[in-house]
Design a protein around this ligand. Structure first.
Ligand code: ZN
Length: 253
């Protein structure tokens, strides 16, 4: 059913959450827009202005690595300033209450961790842009450190001491999906009794596969998203409203 108004949506969501024992949230860009993080895929978003740098170009060309870092530094203030929104806080409350074992997210903004979900319980399908890693030895680097080196080296990205390339811990176009995260996301999806989509249009692979997987395993499906999705027809509840407003009543006082 598509909720006809906000109050009906909240009442229905409240009873579905109350009945559920194991809720797996699946979140996308829409949960972070009220935190000032732009939806990179939306019209006018960053990716429509700048062609994304594919992974093989990043690996092959130093100028592409420099450009990738230049773009990353340009959005640093946005990410550094962002704080969890009402959706994040409501999900963190359900997590603390023991109803949510882990959150699966397409977001790279670290806001679920910032809202109090343990890092190990955030399954990041597209990685995390708030830190970097060496692609060869996996050593972690912080963005401000990379920026310092970049500035000191005449706008060239630093390499790891092992010789490997340092890249934000995100999954780029053309880069393999993280195997462990995919496996965990599947296991969570198959083990829940309520699959709760928040702010994802479910179009980007592999997002599109999860709602069906959850339904096939007998879970209820709720989709809270501003725009219609391809899976609205099979959902038990569809809410097309502002995510912050929908989840505000679920944040404990
Ligand atoms: Zn290294």
């Amino acid at each position: 059913m598509i909720a006809p108004d906000l109050q009906t949506a909240i009442d229905r969501l409240s009873s579905l959450i109350g009945e559920a024992e194991r809720i797996v949230p699946f979140t996308g860009a829409g949960i972070s827009t009220e935190c000032g993080i732009p939806d990179f895929r939306s019209p006018g978003g960053l990716w429509t202005k700048n062609q994304p740098i594919p992974f093989d170009a990043f690996m092959a060309r130093r100028d592409m690595r420099d450009e990738a870092w230049r773009r990353r530094f340009a959005i640093e203030e946005t990410f550094a300033r962002a704080r969890p929104g009402r959706g994040h806080r409501a999900l963190a409350a359900l997590y603390r209450a023991g109803k949510v074992p882990a959150v699966v997210t397409q977001n790279i903004d670290n806001l679920h961790q910032a809202s109090g979900v343990a890092p190990d319980d955030v399954v990041e399908l597209h990685g995390n842009t708030t830190y970097a890693t060496c692609l060869a030895c996996d050593r972690r680097y912080e963005v401000p450190w990379v920026k310092e080196q970049f500035d000191a080296q005449d706008a060239h990205a630093p390499d790891c001491s092992c010789g490997g390339f340092i890249k934000t811990a995100t999954v780029s176009f053309g880069q393999a999906m993280p195997v462990d995260e995919m496996r965990r996301a599947e296991a969570l999806t198959k083990s829940c009794d309520l699959f709760l989509v928040v702010g994802s249009s479910l179009v980007v692979w592999p997002a599109a596969g999860f709602p069906l997987m959850a339904k096939r395993n007998g879970a209820a499906l709720v989709i809270v998203n501003r725009d219609p999705t391809e899976f609205d027809d099979i959902a038990d509840l569809v809410v097309r409203a502002d995510i912050g407003e929908v989840f505000a009543p679920f944040i404990p006082a």
